[in-house]
Design a protein around this ligand. Structure first.
Ligand SMILES: *[C@@H]1O[C@H](CO)[C@@H](O)[C@H](O)[C@H]1NC(C)=O
Ligand SMILES: [Cu+2]
Length: 248
């Protein structure tokens, strides 16, 4: 808590600098899996999460770090039955505007050769804006009207179901927060983990549900470059990327 309080203060008082965050652990099918800790990544090597070097914001849709915050490999994977939930936990997070996106990518073989390239990423979950944008809007205001406000604080979870119909195999799962609290200056925070999906599913999303990362958005998109301080955001804010695939 102390760190997060200090980080909040930095975010409040230093112009252009804010407190950041990353997925730091997972609960999958009831079991805890540690991820990296933002302050000493080299101390936690044998985890299911692809190692990221820092949790500074990514500020462009076209950044190579968009894929997995720069992470390319992990030594472990978690086994999860299709239809079960994966819960990501952010040890700290402070921004209460922006969408939450949860993506998956099917590896064609071993995780060690799975780089997440090509248009293979599909969303299994998303959450955006539900509030009254004319009244409740700024980072200091709660509730903000965004689901992301639910993970502000310490060790907050976000749970998503692996579609029950999804075919078994090796998959990457990518949790992404897009912080929109600075007008027209989005910040992306993605982390990936390695999942072995089991079960009797046979389906995969078709190409209309898939996108490349980087590539699913442009910096000029109206749901990416958001003039948040004008309080004029449409009540119909559309979460970036293709539509969510539920397997139904
Ligand atoms: C599982 O994830 C879904 C969203 O995909 C959510 O609605 C549901 O509440 C989650 N279940 C649990 C037990 O967390
Ligand atoms: Cu921040």
């Amino acid at each position: 808590m102390l760190f997060s309080q200090v980080a909040s203060a930095v975010g409040l008082f230093a112009a252009g600098v804010s407190a950041h965050g990353a997925v730091t652990s997972y609960v999958i099918d009831g079991k805890n899996y540690p991820g990296y800790q933002g302050f000493s990544p080299s101390n936690s090597k044998d985890v299911i999460q692809r190692q990221w070097s820092d949790y500074n914001p990514i500020t462009s849709c076209s950044s190579a770090k968009m894929r997995c915050n720069g992470g390319t490999s992990a030594t472990q994977s978690a086994t999860v039955a299709a239809g079960a939930n994966v819960t990501a936990i952010w040890q700290q997070w402070t921004h209460s505007q922006g969408p939450i996106l949860v993506w998956m990518y099917k590896c064609s073989g071993a995780f060690s050769s799975c780089d997440g390239s090509g248009s293979g990423w599909f969303k299994i979950d998303e959450a955006g804006f539900f509030g009254d944008g004319t009244k409740v809007f700024l980072d200091s205001e709660t509730p903000s009207g965004w689901h992301i406000a639910k993970i502000v604080g310490g060790n907050k979870p976000w749970s998503s179901r692996i579609p029950a119909a999804l075919a078994p195999g090796n998959y990457l799962i990518r949790h992404e927060l897009i912080a929109l609290h600075q007008a027209n200056a989005p910040q992306f925070y993605p982390e990936c983990a390695q999942l072995v999906v089991t079960g009797t599913g046979t389906k995969e999303p078709d190409s209309s549900y898939k996108a490349a990362i980087p590539g699913y958005c442009k910096d000029s998109d109206p749901n990416i470059k958001v003039p948040i301080n004008t309080r004029t955001i449409a009540q119909t804010y559309v979460v970036p990327g293709p539509k969510v695939w539920t397997g139904a």
